[in-house]
Ligand binder design. Structure first.
Ligand SMILES: Nc1ncnc2c1ncn2[C@@H]1O[C@H](COP(=O)(O)OP(=O)(O)OP(=O)(O)O)[C@@H](O)[C@H]1O
Ligand SMILES: CC(C)(CO)[C@@H](O)C(=O)NCCC(=O)O
Ligand SMILES: [K+]
Length: 263
């Protein structure tokens, strides 16, 4: 079975793909100090609880945090007896190479989003991914990742207000009833929530105008549903898009035999 690992700047998601469906997904905070043995104790316990057999034969990793890859490689070697595919490394093929400036290394999560979106929707797509950053990933007609937009994430923005202003408390995101807040918390929620609605509307409109062809907008990431229910910002919301993209990239590598060659 295939283990997909999507390591973001805040959280790391592990998901087991049996060739047809994800049997389970588990989430842990991203910590560069976590060792292979710690990962394994955590993962094997959760797999046991969920009744998922421990027969991982292949692993594919997307990591926006380079330092965690070493320990994840040790995990694969020591406990699963395999060498993982790491998106963005030269030996991991992509179905369609990105078209960006020379020397630029797009985030592997964005490459996975592009592969997942192209597989499901066939190009001319914008993926809006709400993680630590809120990024807009533009996927061309042929499936190439061609760039996009990186803006500060929702929780990062809330945290920055709290850190930077002595009188502002830490606030969780939610949809305020009104735009004009009558207490501090409501004012912050309004600024971030409605500010984000404006940001998403404005950036997707500008991307569409600049791109010059009709485009689908797909929301993904933990907060996509919160924004999707407020306004019609997205054509669809797909919470498993990055993981799906990892499966697509894995299949492509398998079909092009680089995995067998290395084995
Ligand atoms: N209503 C909500 N309020 C606050 N946080 C929420 C809400 N709904 C979902 N989330 C958060 O969204 C997060 C899941 O988002 P996602 O995995 O896309 O990004 P992340 O883990 O924060 O970032 P990264 O992928 O960059 O590490 C979870 O941490 C979850 O707590
Ligand atoms: C933008 C983030 C942080 C989103 O997770 C990640 O994709 C990343 O670190 N990207 C590297 C720079 C780039 O994508 O151009
Ligand atoms: K993510």
């Amino acid at each position: 079975m295939l283990l997909t690992i999507d390591c973001g700047n805040t959280n790391t998601v592990f998901a087991v793909w049996d060739g047809t469906q994800f049997l389970a997904t588990w989430r842990t905070s991203t910590e560069t100090t976590r060792t292979a043995d710690q990962y394994f104790v955590w993962l094997s316990t959760l797999m046991n609880i969920k009744g998922v057999k421990l027969d991982i034969t292949d692993v594919i990793i997307s990591s926006t945090v380079p330092r965690v890859v070493f320990n994840l490689r040790v995990l694969c070697d020591r406990y699963f007896g395999c060498r993982p595919l790491v998106v963005g490394k030269p030996d991991c093929l992509l179905p369609v190479p990105p078209r960006v400036d020379e020397g630029v290394r797009p985030g592997p999560d964005r490459l996975a989003n592009a592969a997942g979106a192209f597989d499901r929707h066939g190009g001319d797509v914008v993926v809006v991914d709400f993680g630590t950053a809120t990024n807009f990933d533009v996927v061309a007609h042929d499936g190439a990742y061609v760039g996009g937009v990186i803006s500060p994430g929702v929780n990062l923005s809330l945290e920055a207000l709290h850190q930077g202003a002595a009188a502002l408390p830490h606030v969780d995101i939610s949809r305020p009833e009104k735009v004009i807040g009558t207490d501090t918390v409501a004012c912050i929620q309004s600024g971030v929530f409605w500010g984000y609605i404006g940001l998403i509307e404005g950036i997707t409109a500008r991307i569409r105008a600049e791109y010059g062809r009709p485009m689908k907008i797909i929301g993904t990431g933990g907060l996509a549903p919160l924004f999707a229910q407020a306004e019609s910002l997205f054509d669809t919301v797909e919470d498993d898009l990055t993981l799906h993209g990892l499966c697509v990239i894995y299949d492509y590598n398998k079909a092009n035999s680089s995995i067998q060659e290395r084995a």
